[in-house]
Design a protein around this ligand. Structure first.
Ligand code: CP3
Length: 368
């Protein structure tokens, strides 16, 4: 590693950061920036969550939204998978609807269902009631990030937010939806209202991410989990400009940006164009194919089917090997799942995957 810490190519201002070591010189941040790495970094979406007994225990008597507003609890939950699995990054424990609730929307996270909104968005006054947020509206997030950065040392912390389309889907449907029918009806039928809603959500999301960056996160991930419900043409027309506004608003923030969605095989190029440094890929598109669609200048992340972790170990190992091989087609590769860890996953399998990824991808310089 030591030989690599002074690498500065001067191609952008962010190169300055890499001289200092610490999280900015970690394998994860380096992979996001398409720089040489000692091993392929690995983390798991939803690594902090119900697959861990220590998580279930600490959350036993605390509601989900409430737990996101307690910095000490957020810190402990965020650290649990780092301690247990030795993953290359932590991700802030929170939820995509946290900033929307801070913006004044009456919502709850219902166990086993997900986010439920009391008064779904139907009109322009509904949109205008979503207030722009400031740091003070999410001071508990600012505090949690600061506590975490102090605890994590060289391990980078990922900040995140939901993208305008995925947030809009919860707000318009009033809860989770399989078809996103009400959302699409509003989008096609009242495009001006749709764009007003997405503009407001983009503002809230950008501020939420800026707070996290100011508090010290090393990377941000924009989750557009449900964008795969759209055709490429509709994505480009109704969604891309708003996600691009969020990502462009962070262009000078000095942190790599990951952009992820599920079922987005047809959207990978467009999601990269929205302004990402790293594009997240679900289990449907192999990473070499994804790289051809995204282009040669972005890193990729993902692709292991979360359900594979429920299969016997030789199956898991075969898939890890396949993904590491196909990930070599990209200029940077972050090992991850194609979506979040399922609650029924055996955490020991996750620990073994981390060790296997590190072992199989170790570069000779790692020992020198
Ligand atoms: O996973 C867990 O058990 C942790 C606790 C939890 C979170 N959100 C944390 C979270 C729970 C119970 C929720 C509720 C929720 N919110 C659900 C799940 C409903 C259920 O009971 O299964 C959903 C789908 C949401 C909405 C949401 N939150 C989306 C669409 C996303 C983006 C990521 C994705 O899964 O598509 C989130 C982000 C989220 N929720 C994170 C965490 C810790 C951050 C991302 C991560 O850790 O990878």
């Amino acid at each position: 590693m030591a030989a690599m810490t002074t690498t500065t190519t001067g191609d952008d201002a962010r190169d300055e950061d890499t001289r200092s070591g610490g999280p900015v010189d970690s394998p994860f941040v380096r992979a996001c920036r398409r720089r040489p790495v000692p091993h392929t970094p690995v983390w798991f979406m939803r690594q902090a969550g119900r697959s861990l007994p220590e998580y279930r225990e600490i959350r036993a008597n605390v509601a989900m939204l409430e737990s996101c507003r307690r910095p000490e609890l957020v810190t402990e939950i965020t650290l649990q998978p780092v301690r247990r699995h030795g993953v290359d990054a932590a991700i802030l424990f929170s939820d995509i609807v946290v900033p929307v609730a801070a913006a004044g929307v009456d919502l709850d996270i219902v166990p086993g269902t997900g986010p439920v909104v009391a008064e779904p968005v139907r009109t322009l006054p509904d949109v205008e009631r979503i207030r722009p947020i400031t740091r003070d509206d999410v001071s508990y997030v600012d505090e949690a990030v600061r506590l975490l950065v102090a605890e994590l040392g060289d391990t980078p912390l990922i900040g995140f937010a939901g993208a305008p389309f995925t947030l809009a889907s919860y707000l318009v449907e009033g809860g989770p939806s399989r078809t996103h029918a009400k959302t699409k009806a509003l989008m096609y039928g009242q495009p001006e209202l749709w764009h007003a809603l997405c503009r407001r959500l983009a503002e809230v999301t950008l501020e939420f991410l800026r707070v996290q960056v100011a508090a010290g996160v090393s990377v941000v991930q924009l989750f557009d989990s449900w964008a795969g419900a759209l055709s490429e043409a509709d994505y480009r027309r109704f969604v891309l400009p708003h996600s691009a506004a969020v990502l462009a608003g962070l262009a000078d923030a000095g942190v790599p940006r990951i952009h992820f969605g599920v079922g987005t095989g047809e959207l990978l190029g467009a999601m990269g164009e929205a302004g990402a440094d790293v594009v997240g890929v679900d289990w449907r598109t192999p990473l070499d194919v994804a790289t051809r669609r995204i282009g040669p200048d972005k890193a990729v992340q993902g692709n292991l089917d979360p359900c594979v972790l429920l299969a016997p170990w030789p199956v898991v190992e075969g898939e890890v090997r396949r993904i590491l091989e196909q990930g070599r087609a990209a200029p940077g590769h972050v090992f991850n799942l194609g979506h979040g860890v399922l609650p029924e996953t055996d955490p020991d399998v996750l620990t073994r995957v981390v060790a296997l990824v590190h072992e199989l991808s170790a570069q000779p310089t790692d020992r020198g």
